[in-house]
Design a protein around this ligand. Structure first.
Ligand code: PLP
Length: 381
């Protein structure tokens, strides 16, 4: 690896994690892997070939869906975000399934020109059950479903919802309320003989915790990358009936030392002089900064790993550089490998630790890693 900052992806972990999530609650239906936002920052072109057991894929935008098709991806792809009305035809021609969460999109579907390739557009109604983001009000679902069945070029393929408060809590009444609302909509559709084939609600936390959220497909993101949605989800899982999945982080983030210098006691390190050395110190300069997603807030808070030892980040993280203390790491040399996220010897920096240092969640940590950094797939143990 010639780059000075890079991401490593463990080849076996994505499929392993998918299997673990399925096993946690004995799920045998379809598994949709959420690979939006560059596969949660992991690198979508590198992750896709590693997801051999995912049945479906979900991304956010039309552009992301078209990118999957340009990579030769043949699996069903669901676009979770809004497709501009004037581009719905492109989604249809690329066999990308779209969500319906308003009547304007449905009108645009009705007015689509007939497909020259005789393609139908596959639609998934998103039901508003309490997230108050995208979604159709429950009372509008049956009329909408009926209207879809009357459009000759459209197929009512699925119906779904998304939980608002399943990761942040140990008490799941809100999720229960959302599920009840969704179930009532399903009952109404059934009475009218309008039930679509693919029914899905479960993100990672729901898939692990509650088999009643599974329906015909689960739609998991963070878990397939080997990360727990939250500490609360893990605690809920530990105290529930499910088999605790062995989630293995897919991603490590690494760099190399680009300078080592002796710094006298009393020196101010970096912009703003926010750290002052209290002893004669050895400082290693790393070529990584907030432009790479290694946020400014890690300065004076977090640490990196060098040869299995923790090395604190001193002073502010700059745009492209940061400084770490290697005074006590006698073997540290120019161009030695440094772990920003991942394991070194018996030490580990997790996405959750970085999340604490950055005052955010593991989702944002990995999604924030610059797409410009090279991704390398490794075939470890
Ligand atoms: C609509 C939808 N479904 C599924 C997911 C996957 O959630 P998770 O990463 O918690 O599994 C997301 C994530 O943002 C989402 O927005």
């Amino acid at each position: 690896m010639s780059s000075l900052v890079w991401v490593e992806l463990d080849a076996h972990s994505p499929d392993h994690n998918l299997a673990e999530i399925r096993r946690s609650n004995n799920f045998n239906g379809l598994h949709c892997a959420v690979v939006k936002s560059n596969a949660y920052g992991h690198g979508v072109s590198e992750i896709l070939p590693l997801l051999t057991t995912a049945d479906w894929l979900a991304v956010n935008s039309l552009e992301e869906g078209l990118e999957l098709r340009s990579m030769g991806e043949k699996r069903p792809v669901l676009l979770l975000g809004h497709v501009p009305l004037h581009r719905i035809e492109e989604a249809r021609e690329a066999d990308l399934r779209i969500i319906i969460c308003n009547f304007e999109t449905l009108k645009a579907v009705r007015e689509l020109p007939v497909s020259r390739m005789e393609k139908k557009i596959h639609l998934h109604i998103k039901v508003e059950t309490g997230t108050w983001r995208q979604g159709v009000l429950p009372d509008d679902v049956v009329p909408m479903a009926r209207e879809i069945t009357e459009i000759s070029g459209a197929v009512l393929d699925g119906i779904y919802t998304h939980f608002a408060n399943i990761e942040d809590t140990l008490s799941h009444q809100y999720a229960e309320m959302q599920l009840n609302t969704f179930q009532k909509v399903l009952d109404d559709l059934k009475k009218e003989n309008l039930t679509p084939p693919v029914i899905h609600t479960a993100c990672t936390a729901a898939a692990i915790l509650f088999s009643k959220t599974h329906f015909s497909m689960i739609r998991t993101g963070i878990g397939l990358y080997g990360l727990w949605p939250s500490r609360e989800t893990r605690l809920s899982a530990e105290t529930s009936e499910c088999r605790l999945p062995d989630l293995r982080p897919v991603l490590s983030w690494k760099t190399r030392i680009v300078q080592i210098k002796e710094v006298p006691a009393g020196s101010y390190i970096g912009y703003g002089g926010t750290h002052r050395t209290t002893r004669n110190s050895r400082i290693a300069v790393l070529p990584v900064g907030y432009a790479d997603g290694y946020r400014r807030s890690v300065g004076n808070t977090g640490w990196v790993l060098i040869a299995g030892s923790r090395s604190p980040v001193l002073g502010r993280v700059c745009m492209n550089l940061c400084m770490v203390d290697v005074t006590d790491i006698h073997g540290a040399h120019l161009e030695d490998e440094v772990v920003l996220l991942g394991r070194s010897g018996s030490e580990e920096v997790t996405a959750e630790m970085l999340g604490q240092w950055m005052d955010t969640i593991n989702y944002e940590v990995v999604t924030g890693i610059s797409p410009l950094l090279p991704r390398k797939v490794t075939k470890g143990a």
